[in-house]
Design a binder for this molecule. Structure first.
Ligand SMILES: [Zn+2]
Length: 178
């Protein structure tokens, strides 16, 4: 006799779950699958649209959470989604890194631009420090935080240059006209 792959009772089930689930598990599995499939579909649709970074990241995470919760069913040989949850996890973990790296690029460009147009050395350095703090926060979101290092370096170099310019200008001012 077939046993239910979720609870171990006698399996009945119809359609795709015939012989794999009992009637009670089949019903709750179908409910959960429909619910999570809808969330995943909505998230995929949003990720194709032009949305802000926090919105995109939140929806990517929601998609990953729902795909992860369907993984045990896939592992038990039940028909879940097409593409299957394991495939979605692989795909959207890559996409998540891409979303975060897009923000890293955007914040680096923004901080550089603001620093370039700052009206004092202090304002310039403050802008770059804010940028560096943002990059530090984004690096924590990544599976591979080392990807952020070159961007941090760009802002660090700008901050050093600002300090050096300041130092040289001060020295020139101190020495006065010769
Ligand atoms: Zn069952």
């Amino acid at each position: 006799m077939d046993v239910c792959r979720l609870c171990g009772q006698a399996a009945s089930g119809a359609g795709a779950e015939a012989g794999k689930l009992c009637a009670a598990c089949a019903a709750s599995f179908r409910d959960e699958l429909a619910r999570r499939a809808r969330v995943i579909e909505d998230c995929r649709a949003l990720l194709l649209r032009d949305a802000t970074f926090p919105t995109r990241l939140a929806h990517c995470d929601l998609l990953l959470d729902n795909a992860r919760l369907l993984l045990p069913y896939e592992d038990k040989g039940l028909e879940t989604l097409e593409p299957p949850p394991s495939d979605l996890l692989r795909r959207y973990e890559v996409q998540r890194e891409r979303i975060v790296m897009e923000a890293v690029t955007a914040y680096t460009e923004l901080a550089s631009l603001r620093a370039e147009h700052a009206d004092s050395i202090e304002a310039k350095v403050d802008t770059l420090v804010t940028g560096l703090r943002r990059l530090d926060g984004l690096a924590r979101e990544l599976a591979d935080p080392s990807q952020v290092a070159p961007f941090e370096q760009t802002l660090m170099i700008l901050a050093h240059e600002a300090h050096l310019d300041d130092l040289v200008l001060r020295k020139v001012g101190e020495s006065g006209p010769s």
